[in-house]
Design a protein around this ligand. Structure first.
Ligand code: FCB
Length: 451
């Protein structure tokens, strides 16, 4: 048994989490730079100032990726590194870094999958209202154009934004992520609407200007409810729960994906949020709804639900002492069956798992190696579930492990290690973990290794 021909095996990271060089060569401030300066926000006061120093060590990192045999690497671009003010003057040195990085990846036979926005929003634009300002959609389109004009002669795969559920929800409602706001729900929905408009305008720019025919997607959080049994009523309950609007928060597939793919907000949300809806101008939904080539989805874990006898569904509490990663997130491989299945059924776009992986208690063992059998077991279980989804008809094009290397895990700082490559931060030394060698065999066998 193996995976489809042309299935893409990759790993992912994001600019702020690995680059460092936060104050070098003309980079502007991002909201995450500011968040890290706020006492009490990040574990142990960690910052992304240096992170994995990837800005200076990208060459070595690309070589390690090649050693693992990665076919693709999902990276993101730091908007304020390229446009320090968010719009206007280009920081040529910052742009040149990405130019070199793309060339280096290609030289190592690694296809770059570029995410335009993975949360490091320009602080200068935040000061102009950020996502609350309707102009933010045009700011993002302008930034997109700069990147497309520079890199689209070599980059084929584009992802507009990573997880709006997090940078809007955790960033503007819960205050846990940058910019650390706790806004009322009407403002949260307004910011979300502008981020959707930004997505749509960005896709328009990519299509209009890309030098080689692009493949475009987005990478939202994949909320994937797992049915408690294989009974049709439980499966229907899980499907309904996967797309239902469950409260005044951003933990929804449909609120973000329905506008992008169907050109409308879901009815249950329109009803529940009636008092807080943003201004939706004529043409907005058309702008947001641009043809996409794949549905990128980030899936780590999810809840199990079952049908209630009187209709609706309920969450089944997990067992006592469930298997946990160090986040601690529950280990629920079935999420990688049901998520792709439900999302493919509804949106009819090829699925790409743009993030999946786990944080583990990795350290350097006495033999100098990093043994991470939990991660190998975790990835095997999830990949088997994903494969089963494909066997049941889901069209899927690829799989990206989060993450290629240990990195700055947002509010958790350097406490959580998600990488295939271990990073000794003080020495900036890299060690391939056992899982990296295992993944090399998975890739070489086109997945046969997991069975
Ligand atoms: C996702 C983020 C990614 C990383 C993983 C663990 O929500 O997109 O940057 O933090 O979680």
């Amino acid at each position: 048994m193996s995976f489809p021909n042309n299935f893409v095996w990759g790993a992912a990271a994001a600019s702020y989490q690995i680059e460092g060089a936060a104050y070098e060569e003309g980079k502007g401030l991002s909201v995450w730079d500011m968040m890290c300066k706020t006492p009490g926000k990040i574990w142990e006061g960690n910052t992304g100032d240096v992170a994995c120093d990837h800005y200076h060590r990208y060459d070595e990192d690309a070589r390690l990726m090649q050693e693992i045999g990665l076919q693709a690497y999902r990276l993101s671009i730091s908007w304020p590194r390229v446009l320090p003010g968010g719009t206007g003057a280009i920081n040529e040195k910052g742009l040149a870094f990405y130019d070199r990085l793309i060339d280096t990846l290609l030289k190592n036979n690694i296809q770059p999958w570029v995410t335009l926005f993975h949360w490091d929003y320009p602080y200068a634009l935040y000061c102009r209202g950020g996502w609350l300002n309707r102009d933010s959609a045009d700011w993002f389109a302008e930034y997109t154009q700069v990147i497309i004009d520079k890199l689209s002669d070599r980059v084929l795969h584009w992802i507009t934004q990573n997880e709006p559920q997090c940078y809007i929800g955790l960033g503007h409602q819960a205050g846990e992520h940058a910019p650390g706001l706790k806004l009322g729900f009407a403002e949260v929905l307004r910011a979300a609407h502008h981020s959707l408009l930004a997505h749509g305008k960005s896709v328009q720019v990519i299509r209009a200007r890309a030098k080689i025919k692009p493949a475009i997607g987005a990478a939202p959080v994949g909320i994937a409810k797992i049915p408690a049994s294989n009974q049709p009523e439980d499966i229907n309950a899980a499907r309904a729960a996967t797309f239902a609007i469950s409260g005044k928060n951003c933990w929804s597939n449909a609120w973000f994906a329905d506008p992008m793919i169907f050109g409308k907000y879901p009815e249950d949300g329109l009803k529940l949020f009636a008092a807080e809806l943003p201004e939706i101008r004529d043409g907005d939904m058309k702008t947001i709804c641009q043809p996409l080539d794949f549905y990128g989805v980030n899936i780590y874990f999810d809840e199990t639900v079952r049908a209630r006898s009187n209709g609706g569904y309920e969450v089944v509490k997990s067992q006592i002492g469930p298997p946990l990663t160090t986040m601690p997130w529950e280990v629920t491989p079935e999420a990688l069956y049901w998520g792709p299945k439900f999302l493919f059924e509804r949106y009819q776009l090829p699925i790409v798992v743009t993030e999946n992986g786990m944080a583990n208690c990795d350290w350097i063992h006495l033999d100098g190696k990093v043994h991470d059998p939990q991660r190998i077991d975790f990835l095997t279980r999830y990949l088997r579930a994903y494969h089963r989804a494909m066997a049941d008809g889901v069209v899927a094009q690829g799989y990206f492990i989060w993450s290629v290397m240990d990195n700055f895990e947002w509010g958790h700082g350097y406490k959580q290690r998600f990488g295939l490559i271990y990073v000794d931060y003080p020495a900036q030394k890299r060690i391939l973990k056992d899982s990296a060698y295992w993944y090399k065999e998975v890739i070489a066998s086109n997945g046969a290794k997991i069975f």
